[in-house]
Design a protein around this ligand. Structure first.
Ligand code: V1P
Ligand code: ZN
Length: 369
């Protein structure tokens, strides 16, 4: 069948915490965590919840988050409130040093605002990725999903690109306690800089390979990162693979790169577990990305990694056209399970968002790019 080429089912566990969806980056911000609630509602409406074990977990503790992040930065995130920030006091000063509330070049938009409930939000999405990693490590699940995770830009001691806590680094560290080699695969349209830097510069690890497929065009965020020649140094030499992509790559072009590169990586690195960041801003019609992938093309990458039949952690990340993001992650959930679903979006609380795509899961790609 199309969604399950190897004919095998997988034990899938799934994390979802509804309080994440209520987090508000601000009226003009492009990051809308509600897309995770939209994906969840779609997953539920297609009847997929019965095909997965629900991961119920506690939020990540300060100690767990400090496993990667700097203690002073953790204290700042914990102390930060919009009120404290607004008062312009010492918290605001500390925050600015950590790239929280830093005003971007146009003087208006703020990438990493001091959002209300910030620490709780970070603890919950990181807790989900940690629990998912633990479910894979214990052998309880073959595939573990946290669409609210995948916040790959966050650095040791600063926020970046809407990400405050790097749940991916925490999850990979957890997996390294049980598996000899962990592969990180990244299909968000923005380079996976936080994860690459963590394992190259801070961890100096040869047990993690990071492979990032991302748009590399003039001025595109994050600048000067993810060049082909960035292959890692020292112990981590040849453990970073960067695939820089021009604008407008379609399914055929993307998969012609993705599949042979990932086959080679799998053969050479021989990981024991895979973490895949499924940022949906590489889809056609995204508000930030300029790629031309369809949901089928994006999901084909997920299906390809699943076909290696080893513990697989699927994470979300970017994605700025919310109906596309939700449809994509819902479909990728079916790929994880190995179940086929129809193209007609069932009636549910968010169905109005899919009117422009004719209430179909697979919206047509934009030929204009
Ligand atoms: O380009 C920048 C700023 C300008 N430089 C000083 C940095 N920021 C980007 C950040 C994109 C983050 C992507 C995150 C992810 O990879 C993972 C969750 O998807 C940016 C852009 C842009 N067009 O690249 N920020 C914003 N747009 C923005 C727009 C509205 C409100 C706030 C931020
Ligand atoms: Zn992105």
């Amino acid at each position: 069948s199309q969604s399950c080429p190897d004919g095998a089912k997988r034990r899938v566990c799934y994390y979802y915490d509804r309080s994440i969806a209520g987090v508000d980056y601000g009226e003009d911000h492009v990051m809308v965590p509600r897309h995770v609630d939209m994906a969840h509602a779609l997953i539920r409406s297609y009847g997929l919840l019965g095909d997965m074990a629900r991961l119920r977990t506690r939020p990540a503790t300060d100690a767990e988050i400090s496993g990667f992040h700097d203690a002073r930065y953790v204290r700042l995130l914990r102390d930060l409130t919009p009120e404290g920030f607004g008062a312009g006091g010492e918290v605001a000063r500390r925050a600015r040093g950590c790239n929280v509330g830093a005003v971007s070049t146009d003087g208006r938009s703020v990438d990493n605002p001091p959002v209300a409930g910030l620490w709780d939000y970070c603890q919950r999405y990181a807790g989900g990725s940690l629990a998912a990693a633990r479910a894979l490590a214990s052998g309880e699940a073959d595939v573990a999903i946290n669409w609210s995770g995948g916040m790959h830009h966050a650095c040791l001691d600063k926020a970046s690109g809407f990400c405050y806590v790097n749940d991916i680094v925490l999850a990979i560290d957890e997996l390294l306690g049980h598996f000899r080699r962990v592969l990180y695969v990244h299909i968000d349209v923005h380079h996976g800089d936080g994860v690459e830097t963590a394992f190259r510069r801070f961890r100096r690890s040869n047990r993690v390979m990071t492979v990032s497929f991302h748009q590399r065009t003039e001025g595109f965020f994050p600048e000067r990162r993810g060049l082909l020649e960035h292959v890692g140094e020292g112990a981590g030499r040849l453990r970073a693979v960067n695939v820089a992509i021009k604008k407008g790559m379609d399914d055929d072009g993307y998969c012609r790169l993705f599949e042979p590169i990932m086959s080679e990586v799998m053969a050479v690195f021989q990981p024991e577990a895979i973490v895949m960041q499924c940022g949906a801003d590489s889809l056609s019609g995204d508000r930030l990305g300029h790629q031309n992938l369809s949901i089928a093309g994006h999901a084909r990458c997920v299906r390809f990694m699943r076909s290696f039949n080893m513990p697989l952690l699927l994470l979300g990340g970017g994605g700025y056209t919310v109906n596309h993001v939700a449809a994509c992650w819902c479909y990728e959930t079916t790929v994880a399970i190995g179940k086929e679903i129809g193209d007609d979006i069932p009636t549910h609380s968010y169905d109005g968002y899919y009117r422009r795509q004719g209430y179909k899961l697979f919206y047509p790609v934009d030929k204009k790019i």
